[in-house]
Design a protein around this ligand. Structure first.
Ligand code: ZN
Ligand code: ZN
Length: 446
């Protein structure tokens, strides 16, 4: 191993890469975030899993998902039916989001793995590999088939109470697809791929460069990348020496590199405030209207949970309550606290604050459960006055809340938590020094 430099994406602490045992992950000594996995030499396992995922994904898209029958009539849906129904019912935003998260993004994730891993394994050269792996880094957080599956199970529970529902081949394909994609992601470290597809002869900064930059240091905290004049690429995590200007292109992946994400805190705050405003209509307006035997009833998020409790479906009620009510509130409160503490430059438990930020990044997507549930129900229950389900504006607002909180967390640069606290400490130290020197000057005999 060439003892390359690696800066933590969450606190900017600079580390030197070392050999670690296969299957293990190195973590940041300052904030505890994962840094890098053991370098891989072979890609047979993730490639085989990617091909399996592709076959399952094709089955999931062409075969029926669920068949709903009632009063001698039956309706069948596929994975794409929810998108079509949202579009036809006049909800283009929901149609776009469900298409992106349950079809387009999973498809790109699987296809990108095959497109990049197959040539590496076979020793072929194909064009656009770097671009494909860059697109994958952007699209990966939007792939939500696992959340879709929970939405599917909730929809199934709601329907089995008053009709016969039969799971089709696509249902079982989705059930198998989730662990396959999960295994594919865990058996592959994206950074190893970046090293493999990097331009030939690319020079990585090493321990010696760090010693040199520290010896030329300007008195700043040079344990941090920014203090040592180093920037980290947001896309491929390569550490590059900061050029004279604040913007430059990463020599490995070609993405624009910044010392810190531009206007990170103000953008994160603005997106979070919009999400808070949207959270009100998301809970006031119905997410769907259920017509059953000629009687129409509007369902809000909360009344949906209450109905599940009344029906005695406690496990599903707890899942929906957690995903649709607890998670958005917890995420909004925690992100608000992190942004405010960062803006004020509060020191305190920075390691815990970074950990909380990482958790909010992970849990936010699970709130899409209700949106997927509405998409499945609206596409399946279309028997006119006997039984039908129409999406409501509450679902649009709720989907907006989930997307905005995700975008807000993405816009925030967690390294600011450490920068700002450091700045405040430095300002306080300088103030104390100034007041001490003033006291000494006043106290000294003239
Ligand atoms: Zn760190
Ligand atoms: Zn890069």
């Amino acid at each position: 191993m060439a003892h390359r430099l690696i800066a933590c994406e969450h606190c900017d602490y600079v580390h030197v890469e070392n050999d670690i045992p296969a299957g293990s992950v190195a973590c940041c000594i300052r904030c505890g975030s994962p840094l890098y996995a053991a370098e891989q030499q072979r890609f047979d396992k993730p490639l085989a899993l990617a091909f399996t995922a592709l076959v399952l994904f094709v089955i999931a898209n062409i075969y029926p998902l669920l068949t709903f029958s009632m009063e001698g009539r039956a309706e069948t849906n596929t994975l794409g039916s929810g998108v079509l129904t949202f579009w036809q019912e006049g909800f283009p935003f929901l149609a776009f989001m469900v298409a992106l998260t349950s079809i387009a993004a999973p498809m790109v994730v699987i296809a990108a793995h095959i497109y990049v891993l197959l040539p590496i394994s076979m020793g072929w050269t194909v064009p656009g590999v770097k671009r494909v792996w860059r697109v994958l880094a952007i699209i990966r957080p939007w792939s939500m088939l696992d959340v879709f599956l929970i939405g599917l199970l909730v929809a199934l529970t709601k329907l089995t109470d008053f009709a016969q529902v039969i799971a089709g081949p696509a249902f079982f394909a989705v059930c198998c697809l989730i662990p396959t994609v999960l295994l594919m992601n865990t058996t592959l470290d994206p950074r190893t791929i970046w090293r493999r597809i990097a331009p030939k002869g690319l020079r990585y900064l090493t321990e010696n460069d760090l010693i040199e930059s520290r010896s030329n240091g300007s008195g700043q905290d040079n344990t941090k990348g920014s203090g040592a004049g180093l920037m980290t690429c947001h896309t491929c995590s390569m550490v590059v020496a900061a050029p004279n200007v604040d913007h430059g292109h990463c020599p490995r992946c070609g993405a624009v590199v910044h010392m810190r994400k531009a206007r990170s805190l103000s953008r994160a705050f603005a997106l979070l405030l919009t999400a808070i405003v949207l959270y009100i209509p998301a809970n006031v307006f119905p997410i769907m209207t259920v017509t059953y035997l000629g009687r129409a009833e509007a369902d809000t998020i909360l009344s949906g949970v209450a109905a599940l409790v009344q029906a005695g479906e406690w496990p599903i009620a707890i899942v929906v309550f957690t995903a649709s009510i607890l998670v958005p509130i917890i995420k909004i409160v925690l992100l608000g606290w992190i942004y405010l503490a960062t803006w004020l430059g509060l020191s305190g438990p920075l390691r815990q604050r970074t950990w909380v930020y990482r958790i909010t990044e992970l849990i936010g997507r699970w709130s899409m459960v209700d949106v997927f549930m509405v998409s499945i129900l609206a596409a399946l229950v279309k028997l006119g006055n006997i039984a039908s389900i129409q999406p409501g504006f509450g679902a649009v607002a709720f989907c907006g809340v989930v997307i905005l909180t995700m975008l807000s967390a993405m816009a925030f640069d967690p390294r600011l938590i450490w920068d700002r606290a450091g700045m405040r400490r430095e300002t306080l130290r300088q103030k104390t020094l100034r007041s001490n020197s003033l006291k000494e000057t006043q106290g000294s005999p003239s």
